[in-house]
Design a binder for this molecule. Structure first.
Ligand SMILES: Cc1cc2nc3c(=O)[nH]c(=O)nc-3n(C[C@H](O)[C@H](O)[C@H](O)COP(=O)(O)OP(=O)(O)OC[C@H]3O[C@@H](n4cnc5c(N)ncnc54)[C@H](O)[C@@H]3O)c2cc1C
Length: 441
């Protein structure tokens, strides 16, 4: 007998769960609140091209994602490129790609730079970063490197990523981040991208699900998961009940009214719970102002970390990775901020105000840039885009199968997204969660 599975959310976790289940004894129904699929990986369509709302790239270790790309026949579109990085400090950009450039970085002495290189090499050898779950990143750096390296290199990065939460973040997160981002050669970091944009991937999964008979409804927000006598029986949408044999929620459980009222699950509580599921995971948000420019902003840098206080912590010049010819000649730059609870004003300010604030700050950083070069801008901002990976996080990870019968969870709060959330992690979570449903029959 065919079983009906409702999936809340059409991001990568929801799409891959549906991709795994549809047609093999399961009828799937995806409800996505936005007008387009993709969630954090959704794209804008501008001037005839597609570009991600939030910057995205592939890492060589993304095994499940690359496997999916193969299955969907997109492998030939994947390109591996050298991405250059830099640090903005003392009023200018310092590229940090070659050994000579590293030695020229003014905020660290040469001896500290050598010590930093050793610290990175040692970190890359750590096989199980999760073992560092109880140690803060700060303690770990102070113990394994030194204070100058912490103050002048890592602290500004941690601050721009986690704001006032920076001192609670675990060494597990930092060590896995170092491993992920230190796949470098002499010309920079090796990153992958899908020609035509990641929208190609989203469209290909969508096509496959629909061809196998899955139903996908965009512009459809789930209000509530219906629980009767300890069992999920369906969802409520705009006052109507939609029944199902199982429900997968891919939405971070939070207290936000806009997310479905994922029920409180006492068995998942660990005493620190502040969310309806009680697992105690806290989330941060993201804000990206994407601007289209008539000329390039930086000479060669793809990813620039910003040391001085600015509303954004990184400037990512996408067209220094993929040439502007792919984008009708537009030069594309993301101004990126991670949002903590204290940054609520950036979540609620009018889009024009945010754009004004960010473009003014960019003019201050780059004297040769002025707003007349901006052809267009788009703003993306979302409250729950990543867990705050504080110490003790591993105990808070949410299981796929919940104590409520037929209620399943998969998303950025799942095991494969620790110690860092990623496309690959959400794909693994979607597949594993579908596997739990298959096993349960
Ligand atoms: C700024 C930024 C940069 C990133 N860069 C990279 C990168 O370079 N490489 C990488 O691997 N990963 C990157 N990621 C992470 C990656 O995008 C995510 O891990 C992944 O896309 C998450 O997929 P998901 O399905 O778990 O969640 P989501 O994409 O958040 O999907 C959840 C979906 O649920 C929908 N939804 C919410 N509430 C409801 C409701 N009530 N009813 C119906 N639908 C609902 C949402 O609209 C959303 O579409 C980045 C993320 C951000 C924010």
């Amino acid at each position: 007998m065919t079983r009906r599975v409702i999936i809340i959310g059409g991001g990568l976790a929801g799409l891959t769960a549906a991709y795994s289940l549809t047609g093999s004894g399961y009828e799937t129904l995806i409800f996505e609140k936005d007008s387009v699929l993709g969630g954090m990986l959704a794209s804008y369509n501008i001037n005839g091209y597609s570009i991600e709302k939030y910057y995205h790239h592939l890492f060589e270790s993304d095994n499940e994602l690359l496997h999916l790309i193969d299955e969907l026949g997109l492998r030939e579109r994947v390109e591996w490129l050298r991405a250059t990085t830099g640090y903005y400090t003392r009023g200018r950009v310092f590229p940090l790609n070659t050994p000579i450039q590293l030695l020229r970085y003014p905020d660290l002495k040469v001896t500290d730079m050598i010590r930093l290189a050793r610290f990175v090499m040692r970190s890359r050898k750590i096989e199980d970063p999760i073992a560092l779950d109880e140690v803060t990143a700060r303690e770990w750096i102070l113990r394994s490197a030194n204070r100058s390296i912490f103050d002048n290199f890592f602290a500004p990065l941690l601050k721009s990523k986690f704001g006032r939460e920076m001192d609670r973040v675990s060494a597990a997160w930092l060590s896995s981040r170092i491993n992920l981002r230190s796949n470098r050669g002499l010309r920079g970091e090796r990153l992958g991208y899908i020609r035509g944009g990641f929208e190609e991937l989203i469209r290909a999964i969508e096509r496959e699900i629909r061809e196998r008979g899955g139903v996908i409804r965009c512009n459809t927000e789930v209000d509530r998961i219906t629980i009767e006598e300890g069992e999920a029986t369906g969802v409520e949408i705009g006052g109507s009940f939609v029944p199902s044999d199982a429900v997968i929620s891919t939405v971070p459980p939070s207290q936000e009214k806009k997310t479905p009222a994922t029920p409180k699950i006492p068995e998942l509580e660990n005493g620190t719970g502040t969310h309806p599921t009680g697992s105690g995971i806290r989330y941060q948000g993201s804000l990206c102002l994407l601007i289209g420019l008539e000329e390039r902003l930086m000479k060669e840098t793809y990813w620039l970390n910003i040391r001085p206080e600015t509303p954004f912590g990184a400037v990512i010049e996408h067209t220094n990775l993929i040439p502007p010819e792919e984008y009708s000649g537009d030069h594309l730059v993301y101004l990126a901020t991670y949002l903590q609870e204290a940054d609520e004003s950036l979540m609620t300010a009018r889009e024009e105000e945010v754009a004004e604030l960010y473009i003014t700050a960019l003019e201050k950083l780059f004297p040769t840039f002025n707003r007349e070069k901006v052809l267009w801008w788009r703003l993306a901002r979302e409250r729950c885009t990543a867990p705050i990976y504080e110490t003790g996080y591993r105990k808070r990870i949410l299981p796929y199968k919940t104590p409520i019968k037929n209620l399943y969870l998969a998303g950025i709060f799942s095991h494969p997204n620790y110690p860092e959330r990623s496309m690959n992690g959400s794909i693994r979570a979607g597949i594993a969660c579908a596997g739990e449903i298959i096993k349960a029959v």
